[in-house]
Design a protein. Structure first.
Length: 94
């Protein structure tokens, strides 16, 4: 179960990193996870790029986040750059 959570968390991070948000990426990711920590799942969903919203309906995203919230005690996070993924495609977006 823990491996599944880590894989899904990685998928979310990769999806977010491919969306090229305005502003600093670190601030964007911190804002996204602050929304998750505060159970503002709709606000977190609205931060996803268009392609991710097409792939993952809001109702499914919110239900998934609620299930994660019940199953795990997610109390915090840190954001740090580990590699450069500019030339990789994720969800059809480069």
């Amino acid at each position: 179960m823990k491996k599944i959570f880590i894989l899904l968390l990685l998928l979310c991070i990769l999806t977010l990193s491919s969306c090229k948000p305005a502003g600093e990426p670190k601030q964007f990711v911190e804002s996204y996870y602050n929304n998750i920590l505060q159970n503002n799942f709709s606000d977190a969903y609205n931060m996803l790029c268009t392609q991710s919203k097409i792939n993952y309906p809001e109702e499914d995203f919110i239900l998934y986040q609620q299930l994660l919230d019940e199953a795990y005690n997610f109390t915090g996070f840190t954001v740090e750059q580990i590699s450069n993924n500019r030339n990789k495609y994720i969800d059809g977006v480069k």
